[in-house]
Write a protein that binds this ligand. Structure first.
Ligand code: SAH
Length: 266
């Protein structure tokens, strides 16, 4: 997987790629990375990258020209050229934006399968619409709130996707985590057995694999019913759940555990 990030503040992104598991993935050659400073493509003496919006309104907008030059230098080409078969552009070009497709685990899996993601980070009031129209394959939003910078959103997309790339982390850790089977993860504990007055649940110390598996599954269902009933409904609609999970859901509902489903958020 290769990430190309276009930004006015590439040092934010560079720091992430130099840390922890990501740094290891980069040094092992599993992940490739380059950052492109959009300001290097502003040609005037002040290296201007923003200006007031046509039609009036508060705030500044990122200029099309430096953005277009930066994208071309990174190897992107206009969608019209790509469709005509004349441009190179193997990368999927993504503009991070509150107007974008909501980012979730399914989209993370989809993007993790790409050869290259080219992430375009906005600032100020955003970027000139013509750049979005000409170059962006997708607009992606990390949530219904407004950040002041695309860098933070790009890092969320990078973080959630690179860990799904083969060899970055062990597949078993991915299978068991939240959202992978339409449920949230079960509660987990590590040493010590007694923390203050709080004891680790007995079953986890029993060494009885089947009981542990069953206990964890029940906690997953309980937790998801309580905190994210919308995920349970979605899983039911999509037929994601095994017979065993469906039975547990039924039991929990019958025992009144799902009262919170009535207060669910839509
Ligand atoms: N005026 C814009 C917000 C601009 S915020 C609007 O009202 O929609 C500045 C930059 O931060 C954007 O260009 C975008 O790249 C990034 N950004 C802000 N919120 C985001 C979100 N929820 N998801 C992804 N990117 C976001």
């Amino acid at each position: 997987m290769k990430y190309t990030v276009l930004s006015l503040f590439p040092e934010i992104i560079d720091a992430y790629f130099a840390s922890s598991i990501m740094a290891k993935a980069v040094s092992r050659g599993i992940v490739e990375y380059r950052s492109i400073n959009i300001r290097d493509y502003a040609l005037d003496k002040h290296r201007t990258c923003d200006d007031a919006t046509y039609g009036g309104g508060a705030g500044m907008l990122m200029l099309a020209e430096p953005l277009g030059r930066a994208l071309e230098a990174a190897g992107a080409s206009m969608k019209t050229d790509r469709e005509a078969g004349s441009g190179p552009g193997k990368a999927r070009v993504i503009y991070l934006s509150p107007s974008g497709r909501p980012f979730d685990q399914a989209l993370a899996h989809e993007l993790a399968a790409e050869q290259e993601l080219m992430l375009l980070c906005g600032r100020y009031e955003g970027i000139d619409q013509r750049i979005i129209d000409a170059y962006a394959d997708d607009e992606v939003s990390v949530g219904d709130y407004v950040l002041s910078s695309g860098e933070v959103a790009a890092l969320a997309v990078i973080d959630a996707t690179y860990r799904l790339v083969e060899q970055v982390i062990t597949p078993a850790s991915l299978e068991e985590e939240s959202f992978s089977a339409g449920l949230l993860e079960y509660p987990q504990y590590t040493r010590p057995e007694l923390y203050g007055m709080m004891r680790v649940p007995e079953v986890l110390l029993s060494g009885h694999h089947e009981n542990i598996r069953r206990w964890r599954l029940e906690r997953q269902v309980e937790k998801t019913l309580l905190l994210r009933p919308d995920l349970i409904r979605l899983g039911e609609e999509k037929g994601l759940f095994s017979d065993e999970i469906r039975k547990i859901i039924e039991e929990k509902r019958r025992s009144g555990m799902a009262a919170s489903e009535e207060n669910e958020r839509d």
